[in-house]
Design a protein around this ligand. Structure first.
Ligand SMILES: Cc1cc2nc3c(=O)[nH]c(=O)nc-3n(C[C@H](O)[C@H](O)[C@H](O)COP(=O)(O)OP(=O)(O)OC[C@H]3O[C@@H](n4cnc5c(N)ncnc54)[C@H](O)[C@@H]3O)c2cc1C
Length: 347
């Protein structure tokens, strides 16, 4: 039985930054992530360019994730991938974490950083849709190049759909957006960009059926119903962004069930503490007034959760971590960086 100071459930931005910060506070740290890769939701928009992370120039999400992973590994936390946490119980002072592989993990504290849970895209409910999932029916975009000069139909009117439609504008030959509602619900400025580019936006419209090519391997045309009429649209690719179904796999034993909001979010009782002593939360999973569901918000939560975990284990510890320039391990690492002239981040 190897006992950890902190076990972080979820290896998205909140979990990764928690791991870094936990190392800075000299705690023995483990991350458990259900997916085969770290990075969380950011992996569903790898080519998106992020402009809104403090101190970073515009950066593609996939590079941002890699930086985040490298940073999380600074203090060599234990990382368990492909491992779904199923249940958390408590034996005396120790949390016992059961996983789908049958492995049991032991920890003095827990930081829950499971974001929106395990996300599965809501599938297109049209007969035969599944058979195109390997060819030209998509639920996210893993690389924009593939859509070069293509006629792309985007189904959906929320941020996911409209963000992708905007990203496709300089790449695709033609972008059509269909949405069953009366008005697109995405961010105004993004909708404006679509309108400026004369994108064909069809409201009160939805996919009725898919017509295949002669070999039955790809979608060649889409039958769209709009206001009671049926229209035929030739396409090269169809992108469906109808949101995600959330699988909250994680459960707590009755005696350590944290307070939740809307049957899901862990309610913060200040400093990212849940109602259960020793259980903390960070990122999209936590609820408090003024919570910001952005990367910047996840980082702030991580700092608070880690500091709270540190004080839970050692009530006499400093309330906050020292700034990084005061950390002894960094003094050594800084010498290496200077020697290697790897001063990118210092210039
Ligand atoms: C399309 C889109 C675009 C976005 N664009 C931006 C942007 O431009 N700027 C910005 O600041 N924010 C953006 N965001 C928001 C940002 O991605 C999230 O706020 C951030 O990812 C939250 O991080 P998190 O670690 O809390 O959760 P997540 O990223 O959801 O990570 C949670 C992790 O926990 C894992 N997990 C879940 N359940 C279990 C379990 N039982 N056991 C083990 N592991 C588990 C999941 O697999 C996942 O890896 C965007 C979000 C989306 C969906």
């Amino acid at each position: 039985m190897e006992l950890f100071d902190v076990t972080i459930i979820g290896g998205g931005p909140a979990g990764l930054y928690s791991a870094f910060y936990s190392g800075m506070r000299n705690m023995k740290t483990k991350i458990i992530e259900v997916q085969p890769i770290l990075g969380g939701k950011v992996n569903i928009y790898p080519e998106k360019i992020l402009w809104d992370v403090g101190g970073l120039p515009p950066i593609q999400a996939q590079h941002f994730v890699q930086n985040l992973i490298n940073q999380a590994k600074t203090f060599s936390p234990t990382i368990c991938l492909n491992t779904k946490v199923e249940q958390i119980t408590k034996q005396g002072e120790i949390f016992v974490i059961s996983t789908d592989s049958g492995e049991i993990h032991y920890s003095k504290t827990i930081i829950v950083a499971v974001g929106g849970g395990i996300l599965n895209p809501i599938k297109l409910e049209v007969e035969g849709a599944d058979k195109y999932a390997m060819s030209n029916l998509h639920y996210t975009i893993l690389g924009l190049k593939r859509f070069q000069n293509k006629r792309v139909l985007v189904s959906g009117g929320g941020n996911g759909a409209i963000d992708w439609a905007v990203e496709l504008l300089p790449v695709a030959k033609e972008v059509t957006v269909i949405y069953r509602g009366e008005q697109l619900s995405a961010h105004e400025s993004q909708v404006e960009k679509l309108k400026q580019h004369d994108v064909n936006i069809m409201l009160n419209a939805e996919i009725q059926s898919l017509l295949s090519n002669r070999n039955q391997t790809r979608i060649a045309q889409v039958v769209i119903s709009q206001n009671g009429n049926s229209l035929l649209l030739p396409v090269d690719d169809v992108l469906v962004c109808h949101g995600y179904q959330r699988e909250m796999s994680l459960s707590f034993a009755d005696e350590i069930k944290p307070n939740v909001k809307d049957d899901y979010y862990l309610v913060s009782h200040g400093q990212c503490r849940t109602s259960v002593p020793g259980v903390f939360a960070a990122g999209d999973i936590i609820y408090y007034e003024d919570k910001v569901n952005l990367l910047a918000g996840a980082f702030q939560d991580a700092v608070l959760a880690v500091n709270s975990a540190k004080l839970y284990i050692d009530p006499k510890a400093e309330k906050y971590a020292m700034v990084s320039s005061h950390n002894e391990k960094f003094l050594e690492k800084n010498k290496d960086l200077v020697q290697k002239c790897d001063l990118q981040c210092l210039t």
